[in-house]
Write a protein that binds this ligand. Structure first.
Ligand SMILES: [Mn+2]
Length: 352
């Protein structure tokens, strides 16, 4: 069989799923491609940077409408493609096809959700089972996750990663020599890159309320940028109600690309366009029109239907505060979604 990537991309744009055998072949080929990529991929501007998508496929289609289609626009995706939303399969399928079709114009960085452990709790596993009747597709994609790069540097100026910095990483060269071809560990530098968050109220590293990674403050950012000759850190991983957030005197930005997150948060989203002189422009957008999305009932049914066995606790599902959700006990995902407002602050506690 000859793989026709353009035909695959066309069907996905028409909201049609790919056959399981096609996904297997695409994942195999993409693994080969990613194997040769460094842990730190260097790219040039102009490039459009996309934050968390979380299975909100219709909003991803909106992103292409707003930001341009491949290969006319270069894209850097910062991870968290799957879980939470209803269309992680479609999202991963199209991103994988685009990476394979335009390897130098599409970069896919690994997020903390690109992991076997996390996707079993937050929806991707269940979605694969529902849409394909077996776990094969989930295995193909989660095996592929192990090959995704950990970071990108734009024009030797902007360091891009899903989560943030690590107390055990001082230089970008240290990232280059890490062994990334594995499941995301619970701790250590690789976990920190995908799990950490900035804390504007601090200067140094501190324990993260997520239970994985660290929080890091202004001095950490300054030191890292200085030591590595960089201007800016660009990351995703945290819901921003306005779609983005700029911290530490313009030294760090968060880009968030899932509008009305989980079909209920009411937040804006953005993509960040980096121009040829390093200028940064956040292109802010709202959720895709109502007729292109599932009804709230459908979205809710999905949240309640999956993982509703009561074993997952509601940790981390809090109304914006960093700590509140971690204290919830005995609540299932469904309970947390019902009771309260899922801000999407994931924590690692409940699958350890
Ligand atoms: Mn994340």
């Amino acid at each position: 069989m000859v793989l026709d990537l353009d035909a695959c991309i066309d069907s996905l744009f028409k909201r049609q799923l790919l056959a399981e055998s096609v996904i297997r072949e695409i994942c195999e080929k993409t693994k080969e491609l990613l194997m040769s990529e460094s842990n730190v991929v260097h790219v040039s501007a102009p490039v459009t940077v996309v934050g968390d998508i979380h299975g909100q496929f219709y909003d991803l289609l909106e992103i292409f409408k707003i930001g341009g289609y491949c290969p006319d626009t270069n894209y850097l995706f910062l991870g968290d493609y799957v879980d939470r939303g209803l269309y992680s399969v479609e999202t991963m399928s199209i991103l994988t096809c685009l990476k394979l079709r335009y390897p130098d114009r599409v970069q896919l960085v690994r997020g903390n959700h690109e992991s076997r452990a996390v996707t079993q709790t937050y929806g991707f596993y269940t979605e694969c089972m529902k849409k394909y009747g077996s776990a094969q597709v989930w295995h193909y994609f989660t095996d592929l996750f192990d090959y995704l790069t950990l970071s990108v540097v734009i024009d030797n100026m902007i360091f891009c990663v899903h989560g943030g910095l690590s107390p055990s990483i001082h230089t970008i060269d240290q990232i280059k020599v890490m062994d990334r071809f594995k499941e995301i560990p619970h701790e250590g530098p690789m976990a920190d890159l995908v799990w950490s968050d900035p804390d504007p109220g601090r200067e140094e590293f501190a324990v993260s309320p997520r239970g994985a990674g660290y929080t890091f403050g202004s001095l950490v950012v300054e030191k890292f940028l200085h030591e590595n000759g960089m201007d800016h850190i660009l990351r995703a991983h945290q819901l921003c109600m306005e779609g983005f957030q700029v911290l530490f005197d313009d030294q760090l930005s968060t880009v968030w690309s899932a509008p009305n997150y989980c079909y209920r948060c009411g937040n804006l989203a953005s993509i960040l366009e980096v121009g040829i002189h390093g200028e940064r422009h956040f292109n802010v957008f709202e959720a895709a029109p109502e007729n292109e999305r599932p009804s709230p009932t459908e979205a809710q049914r999905s949240l309640f239907g999956s993982n509703g066995n009561g074993t997952g606790t509601g940790g981390g599902l809090n109304g914006g505060g960093m700590f509140a959700g971690n204290g919830m006990n005995g609540g299932s995902m469904a309970y947390a979604a019902l009771a309260g407002l899922d801000s999407g602050q994931d924590a690692i506690h409940y699958f350890l």
